[in-house]
Design a protein around this ligand. Structure first.
Ligand code: CA
Length: 216
């Protein structure tokens, strides 16, 4: 999953970006509203974390303009004593909000739920052949036994699982699994797929030659 974090407080931006990467997200960042809107409109993010008070363009303006062209799920980061902000955010098209200073675990849980809902998945656990993918715990089990996956392998499996039945193109996978600073070799995707097949069985991911991959 690839997230865009728009936040002008440098410390918060750095710590939140680090926490998101530890959770396996590819993370792009913006420190002012114009840069944030530019990035938000220019790529297909799985979610955007949007601060309200920002230089150049505030969070409202960004949300309003973004909603003219994109449905990307948006989690607003709002101030503690601004109840009206939250109502306004939801009216303008925000999908959820957390109040600063927020609890990191709660923010991560809300973000996962947001991404799941936008993919049309209401349940935490997705069954893939004999394997169970738990998007809340970020674990995979096969026949009841835990399967050790790297962060990239997990991210790839989760993205395909949330788009189950669709053929996901290689370009889409690159856009959603790697962030603006990643410089991975193009053949790595095949390596991750091959590793997942070794760990979960050859049938877990189908190759649609010339198009991409699919969890049938
Ligand atoms: Ca701010």
């Amino acid at each position: 999953m690839r997230a865009l974090l728009i936040e002008d407080e440098a410390d918060l931006l750095a710590s939140l970006a680090r926490a998101l990467r530890e959770e396996g997200y590819a993370v792009d960042t913006a420190t002012d509203g114009e840069e944030g809107l530019y990035k938000a409109e220019g790529a297909d993010y799985d979610a955007i974390l949007l601060d309200v008070m920002l230089p150049r363009l505030d969070g409202w303006e960004i949300l309003q303009r973004l909603r003219q062209s994109k449905k990307t799920p948006v989690l607003m980061l709002t101030a503690r004593d601004a109840a009206r902000d939250r109502v306004r955010g939801l009216d303008t098209g925000a999908d959820d909000y957390v109040i600063k200073p927020f609890d990191l675990e709660e923010l991560l849980a809300r973000l996962r739920a947001l991404i799941r809902r936008s993919a049309g998945q209401t349940r935490n656990v997705i069954e893939i052949g004999g394997a169970l993918l738990d998007t809340a715990a970020r674990t995979v089990t096969l026949g009841g036994n835990p399967v050790a996956l790297t962060a990239r392998e997990y991210a790839l499996l989760e993205f395909l699982a949330l788009h189950r039945g669709e053929t996901v193109t290689r370009a889409t996978l690159y856009e959603h699994l790697f962030d603006e600073d990643d410089d991975s070799l193009s053949n790595l995707l095949d390596v991750h797929v091959s590793n997942l097949r070794k760990k979960l069985g050859p049938e877990c991911i189908a190759t649609r030659r010339g198009y991409g991959y699919c969890i049938p």
